[in-house]
Design a protein. Structure first.
Length: 134
């Protein structure tokens, strides 16, 4: 999982509802690309069509797991050509409906920093731009 030779890139992530009411009809559009790290403030996300996940409802203070799989299996040459300052960038938009049936969104953008060998979970750090919500 993550980035490995001979495998499709695959990332596991968790979305948490920090609110006191359910997030209804929650869905996300997520993809990944490669970007220079640290990120320049003028960086523009690639213009691509993102597939939308199925809708789920997330109770207050609860989590919903997501998975991102994409692209062709990577070769050693492809991974070896990545400069040390290039990282995987995972980004997209999460949409949901609140208790009053108002629609909301959250745009997110995170760098993948690897897998924690102790817990086996993917680790991310928030990018300095392309993170906002209504």
């Amino acid at each position: 999982e993550g980035i490995a030779v001979g495998q499709q890139p695959m990332f596991m992530f968790v979305v948490k509802n920090f609110g006191n009411s359910p997030a209804y009809k929650m869905r996300h559009r997520t993809t990944f690309s490669f970007a220079t790290f640290p990120m320049d403030e003028s960086y523009q996300l690639p213009n691509v069509v993102l597939r939308e996940s199925p809708e789920v409802s997330v109770p207050p203070q609860a989590e919903s797991a997501g998975q991102l799989v994409g692209g062709s299996p990577l070769t050693q040459q492809q991974i070896g050509q990545l400069p040390n300052n290039v990282r995987v960038l995972i980004w997209g938009t999460l949409r949901y409906q609140d208790t009053f049936k108002d629609q909301h969104y959250t745009n997110f953008c995170f760098f993948y920093v690897g897998r924690d060998p102790t817990t086996g979970t993917d680790q991310f750090i928030q990018a300095p731009i392309h993170n906002d919500a209504d």
